[in-house]
Design a protein around this ligand. Sequence first.
Ligand code: NDP
Ligand code: 2IT
Length: 441
Amino acid sequence: MSPITAISTQIHATYPHQPTFLQAVDEVLATLAPALEANSASNADYARVARLLSPERVISFKVIWSDDAGTLQHNIGYRIQFNSALGPYKGGLRFDASVTEDILKFLGFEQIFKNALTGLPLGGGKGGSDFNPKGKSENEIRSFCRAFMTELYRHIGIDVDVPAGDMGVGGREIGYMMGMYKQIVNRSEGVMTGKDPLIGGSLGRTEATGHGVVYFAEAMLREAGKNLVGMTAVVSGSGNVAEHTVRMLIAKGAVVLTMSDRGGYIHKPEGLTESDVNAIMSHKNTGSDLATLTHEGIEYRTGAPWQTVVAEAYFPCATQNEISEADAKVIANHATLVVEGANMPLCNEAVSVLNAAHIPHAPGKASNAGGVAVSGLEMAQNAGHYPWTRERVESELMEIMERIHTTCKEHGTESWGIDYFKGANIGGAKRVLAAMEKLGW
Ligand code: NDP
Ligand code: 2IT
């Protein structure tokens, strides 16, 4: 049995109840194995890879909060402090009914590689709760956020662990959690990122993930002498990442055909305009579903999924495992490019299909790293007590996305083109494993 097969067998035997985490681990080990063999890795190197799969700390706690009827409710809160070799644990908080330890371990594991790729001094972590924000009042959201922080505050700190947003957690929730943190510790410090600029946030953080996705897509297309002008694009999701991916795609001249939510998707064959996106987002910001949007030229579909819409570029920006093997086989017939805005929206079989078809496809840990990168810049601004201009933030973001592309190319170049999954895994792992070695881990 090869050392990587032994590591894989062991982790599968230990966590059979965490299939999403195992999926993320399998994807990484599949690309690391040949690289380790080619470099005649030692037993100590393999042991370090095995150690990388183990979170440094898994914290879970009970969150008790009061609903609008005055009834006490409770949820589970988590923080997975996965790896701190490169810096403080860094990663978002997800509030969604689907949150489990399995989901947060997969997200925390991916975050280690993503944060390493940014080149910034950031470790990897993730957290959240199975609290479902859908249909909750403003008061209930605030009550939950404050209760969540009364438990989380003791585990975080500017040089310990710096959470941010993710699904179900945006600027409003970050603000409420920061407010509680400040009240508890009596210190004005940037312990979370994604804050409103008025309370210490970085300009450009809200847009950063989506903008970074598009900058990365441009770098990928440049390899083939192409660009986004006139290119048809399918985008999934209608949250933070999807919105700013779509806005930047439109600004770059792409023809964006779709956006989606949990119920279905909207379709506009001539391409969404900026004013369409304004209407879509104001509708969503009232808590409404896309199904009830009435806007000229936009059709809502529930029958065939968005994955069947024909386009040249695909930007899955909603959630994990959105693109199955069967979807990928159809997409492979016409796609030029697949760029993950969400974390792990392609299942591992879909990745293999696109690899075999030699279609450039980027993993979220590379292409959606712009969000956490600007979070890192927000930490720098907070530490320096000095806010940067939007232009400075955006230009550093562009530089970081270019650097990540270069790293992927350096480690992922194959005879047929760039294997971005391989390049991102090896580029990210190299940095983290070297840091662990220096720390005596
Ligand atoms: P939001 O909560 O703002 O939006 C999530 C979107 O995904 C919504 O449109 C939501 O639908 C849709 N969605 C969620 N679950 C499902 C599901 N099971 N089936 C279909 N659609 C679903 O989250 P973000 O935009 O912040 O995050 C989206 C993805 O990007 C996640 O994978 C996240 O981890 C990742 N990401 C986020 C970053 C950030 O900075 N926010 C940074 C890097 C990655 P509905 O509108 O119906 O709720
Ligand atoms: O998945 C992610 O990279 C995020 N949700 C952003 C994390 C961060 O710390 O900004």
